[in-house]
Write a protein that binds this ligand. Sequence first.
Ligand SMILES: Cc1ncc(COP(=O)(O)O)c(C=O)c1O
Length: 480
Amino acid sequence: MVDSWVDSAERIGADLHLEPAGPGGRRAALIRALREAVRSGRLAPGTRLPPYRSLAADLGVARNTAADAYAELVAEGWLTARQGSGTRVADRAAPLRPAERSPARTPAPARGPRHDLLQGTPDASSFPRTAWLASYRRALQQAPNEVFGPGDPAGRRELREALTEYLARARGVRTEPGRVVICSGFAHALRLLFAPGGAVLRGPLAVEAYGLEFHRELLAAAGVRTTALPLDEDGARVDLLGRERAVLLTPAHQFPTGGPLHASRRAAVVDWARARGGVIVEDDYDGEFRYDRRPVGAVQGLDPDRVIYVGSVSKSLSPAVRLGWMVLPERYVDGVLAAKGEREAWASVLDQLSLADLISSGAYDRHVRRMRQRYRARRDRLVEALAARASHVEVTGVAAGLHAVLRLPSGAERSVLRAAAEQGVALDGLAAFRHPATDMAAQDGVVVGYATPSEHAYGAALDALCRALSPSARPARASG
Ligand SMILES: Cc1ncc(COP(=O)(O)O)c(C=O)c1O
């Protein structure tokens, strides 16, 4: 018998990994998925299942749906439910009706990794559904009819006003609503700024030697040549900026290595932009999540005429919302609007109104505060677990954000990634983020997205990560 949910979670590998799908509604799909997990032996006899409330939250279904699914499977004999010991897989889980099986079973389809520690997404089970719904309802009730006509490419005034106030308060951004343009996220902002034949920015563009490959590809597809700025302990070496016309930086929390851009470098890059007529594109992708001291304000606040500030809700709410904003120097506003087109064709006007309400009602702040506490607690658990079980690994970049970088000895990255895969852990290595043309020495490490798993899957994911990092897990096939 397995004694606690946490123990069993570790034993079975994180959460239940159910993917309810198929005909008949959510309840029927969940029953099928649970039944199959027991029948196939993936959930062993005796395994304690999470409380139905946690299961409902993780899968994004109503509590009644999860409770009904458990009740149905208890009735069928697959599960048992006893006061005080929760719901468990029946000891001799056998179907009440004989299962229809063909004699030779086809092998189960290959499963993906069981523990998702890939950086990039916030905890999807924490999306503030109730608050979003309340904001959406209010926005819809109050919206004048013109909302349902073609949208203004600048974005709804309500949202631009709410953001102007919020960004000043939370990020030290200095602007007014006329300089804010709504877009569908950072990637969209890059496309608008560097639209081929557009009137806004052209290459060459300096980028950090480590960054998102997706963004480099997007720039390359737009015909923008990028040069790579090496990084050191103070952030990007902006003193090496040369003939570029623009520089793309992640000053609050270098992506992915994790440090803030040092104050002297922030001042230096603004000086460079003033002296050379250049512009800084500031990617403030997770600026709200700083744990150990007050947030590092946006560089934009130093000179609103030299910085294009870009943010989105992809880390604070969800990348599925596809809403972001650009805060522009006056001279770029018309060019960006021209690149956007005559009417709003990207960012749902109703979602814009909903976000405006979420921000101005205070619900956005409350959500960010709650998530900051939650992620900080996860960050602390990660640091503690590694100190106890993988003390040879150096943990960096943990003062802020939703991911940490574990530094590894030179040549160890690939073998750690292999060991992680063997433990069912999905992770990125630092090499995946390295600019192909940089001459900066390669750094070995892995990037741990500690915000990604749902709350009750996190312990098992950490456990598997520690197993992968244990020195005995690695060297056999390590080639470097
Ligand atoms: C470095 C970086 N910039 C920006 C973003 C946000 O991108 P988007 O707003 O296009 O979802 C992310 C991911 O969330 C990121 O990792």
